[in-house]
Design a protein around this ligand. Sequence first.
Ligand SMILES: [Zn+2]
Length: 168
Amino acid sequence: MLTILIMQKKVIYSVYILKRIARDLMRFSEEELPNEALAKLIGYRCLFEGAIYIKITDWVTGEFEKTRSSASFTNKGLRDCSLMLSERYPDSINPPREIGLFHSHPFGTEPFFSLKDLSTFLLFPYGTPGNVFIIADPISKYFKVFQIRGAIDGGLFLAPIKYVLYST
Ligand SMILES: [Zn+2]
């Protein structure tokens, strides 16, 4: 009976991440140690029963400048990402699109966004409601997921969210 009651309580998740992608991203950030790792999150914006949710189904990366506490794509890296995406889905009618960013903070602690992170994510071209930002630490194994939401005053903020890891 208890199980049934829990199932009936409606829980709305807004971000679904393919399990394999989450695993790949963590492995990628391990490979980049001691530096930060950086990748674009790829997926779909979906509508189900009037609610928008995000599905993360892939990731791409390219050349990026990296240190132990920073990472940013070079212009070549941005082109690398576009090319990788178009080559991976050449004939797709509904190809997945960039839906946010992943990066790591390899400090061995619980990761938090820096002020620079926040100013990057909340502004163009990333600052769109629904976009997802993942921060992970390959040493402490934290994997935290945030989503851009609209604030009452019309601004944007990054909300920490619960997410679903799914497999196909
Ligand atoms: Zn950061």
